[in-house]
Each structure stands twice: as C-alpha cells, then as structure tokens.
Design a protein around this ligand. Sequence first.
Ligand code: DCP
Length: 378
Amino acid sequence: MSVLGREEILKRITVGEIILLGKLIEILNDRDTPKCVSEIKDLRRKYLKFYLDFQNGHLSTWKNITRNFKELYEEQKRILSSHLLVSLSNSSEITAVKCLSWCRSSSVVGVSMIGSEVDFEKCRINLIRSIHHEWKCYFAKNEGNILPECWDDDVYRGVKDLINDLVKNPLQSEFPPDSIPSNIPSPIFLSNFEVDNLGMGNYDLSLGPEVYVTSMSQPKWFSSVSETASIPPGAFALLLTNEYILLPPDVYGLISLRFSHKVKGLTNVSGFHIDPGYCGRILFGVYNAGSGDVYLEYRKPTFVITFMDLGNSTSKLMGIYTKKSYDYIPVEYIEKLRGDPVSLRELDKRVKILETITYVILASFVLAVLMFALQQWK
Ligand SMILES: Nc1ccn([C@H]2C[C@H](O)[C@@H](COP(=O)(O)OP(=O)(O)OP(=O)(O)O)O2)c(=O)n1
C-alpha cells in the first residue's frame, strides 16, 4: 500500500475526466446530437494528448502540467456550460435542449450554485453516478462466483472495460501505438475539482453546501460563496464536502481536517477512511474542543484526503463498497444530535458560579452564627 503523489493523483483524475467525456459522448450519440458531440470529441482529444504528454514525461514542470490541465478544465466548463445555456435562449437548438434536460433530470441534492456552474457540476455528478451504478451492477452480478485465480480478470473487468473502451480505444485510434502507455491507471472521479488544491501527496476538499451545528434547530444551507458557519465551543457539527467522489477498487482514501482548523480546537470524530467504490460526498462529524468559535467558509479548503494505492493482489479481494453514501446530511443524524453545547469552558463557568453561590451561603451562615453568639454573650 503506498501513498499516491500529486502527479499520480492528477493522472488518475485526468483518466477520470476522459472517461466522463466518453460517457457523455455515448449518451449524446444515442440521442442524435452531432454538434455537441463533435465539440466534446475535440475536447476529449486534447485531454488524451495531455494525458500522453504527461505520462510520457513531455511536460517538464509541475507548473506546466497544472497550467495545461487548468486550460482543459476551463474549456470543458465553457463548452458544456455554453451548450447547456444556449438551450435556455434558443429552444430550436435541439442538441443543447436534450443535453440540458438529461443533465437536469437528476435528483442530485445539495448543489447550491448558480447558472451554468449548476449544470456543469450536476452533469458531472450524474455521469459519476452512472459509472458507479454500472460498477455496482457488475460487482453484484459477479459476487460469490469468482474463483481466486480470476480475481484480476473478473473483479476488475468492470473498471478495465471502462478504461479500454473509453481511454485506450480512443488513444489507439488517434495516436501512434508506440506513444500509448501499456498500463493506464484506474480513474479517480471528483466533482468540483481544483488543481490548486492538490498537495504533494493529498488533496484539499472544500466545505459543501450544507452544515449542521448541534446548537441549531435546522441545518444551514449556503447560498453564496463567502458565507460562513460558526461552531461554538463544545458544539458538535456535521459537515459535508463540496466534492462528490468515486474511488476505484484499488484506491483507498484517508481523510482528516486541515491543520489550520485543528489548531483552533476542531477535532474530527467521525472516522478516517473512504472505501474503494464509495460514491458520494464525504460526511464529517467534528467537535469544537477549543475555547472560541470556529468559523468555516463555504467552498474553502477545509478537509484533506490522502489516496492510498492498494496495488497488490491480496488487496483486490476487497471488492468495492456498495452500501450507503451521502448526498446531504441525513435527518436522523440531526435528530439524534440536536441539543445545547457542552464545553469544558462552559462547565468551568458554571462550576465557578456554583462556587460563588456556595461561598455566599457559607459566609451568610457564618455571619449569622457569629451574630447569634454575640447576642448570647451580651
Ligand atoms: N467521516 C466519514 C467516514 C466514512 N464515510 C463514508 C465513506 C466510507 O467508505 C463509508 C463507510 O464508512 P464506515 O465503514 O466507517 O462506516 P459504517 O461502518 O458506519 O458504515 P457501513 O456499515 O456502511 O460500512 O462512509 C464518510 O462519508 N465520512
């Protein structure tokens, strides 16, 4: 098991983006939408070229790599958003209308963004979910009847097929065979990806659209980027990531809070790992053990994830996680947690008040006894 470095993470994210574009092309082709498809195919070709250059070491510096990736990602945003937005103003543009209605048909909850960004990220989340759905069906179908010697072929076929169909085949049809790497890593899917949030061996995840602090009666939904939520001392809070994540079977995630929040007294009490195959937002339970309010800002890097490459064959026995995942904060968690904060500081204050009351009563009692004794003596 080894930690994925930033280059390896970005390569896997790139493979993920290529797969997402391939899926979109498949869906739009089904719907007979050639104009939209030709632009997206063109973009995919640029992503494939970027992947080859990156993998073959032709992009010399990290700055160069990230600049190239950012340009592609921005272009992707622009192309998809413009197709989606055109449909709003031009109803005769059947391509965009279909594209938009498909993207909007989802039940993605908790996306609190504006205009084109909503459609762009919704579209990506939908695609990520459809891939996850395929994997789940694949693994469910194969569960229980896989021979140990077939792990590699069977358990991984769902992912391998995806890589072969949507990455290797387009690479082979567009680029010289000797430039194509023999081993393409499995993809990491992340919505709202920001290349600047990549660390040397981790990725900073941002605060999502919904926050629940135990002192509140209802969860808070952010509506604009600069909004904050405060967690008072002694309060417990549930926080969601802005990113929607899907991990492949050979990648395991370790999650934590960023040090800049920990140092204020915020502690992560909700568990520390993301299973291969997990698909959703990540839900954090945190406790403010510090002495002051901790402020968290919507869509600002708040958490951190480290990706572990499971790599070897024994780890492949793990399969993928197929149980619950989070789109929003579950109501039952809110009901269980609601209540007043109990902080050490608050308790200290209350003990001090009790001490003062006790001293006053004691002093009054001693004074009364003294006065009584004085009267008797007279
Ligand atoms: N802070 C966390 C910890 C975990 N998870 C997600 C990712 C994990 O892959 C999944 C399951 O984690 P656990 O196995 O620790 O959780 P449970 O044991 O409660 O769930 P299950 O019974 O589904 O395994 O939940 C999350 O969103 N936020």
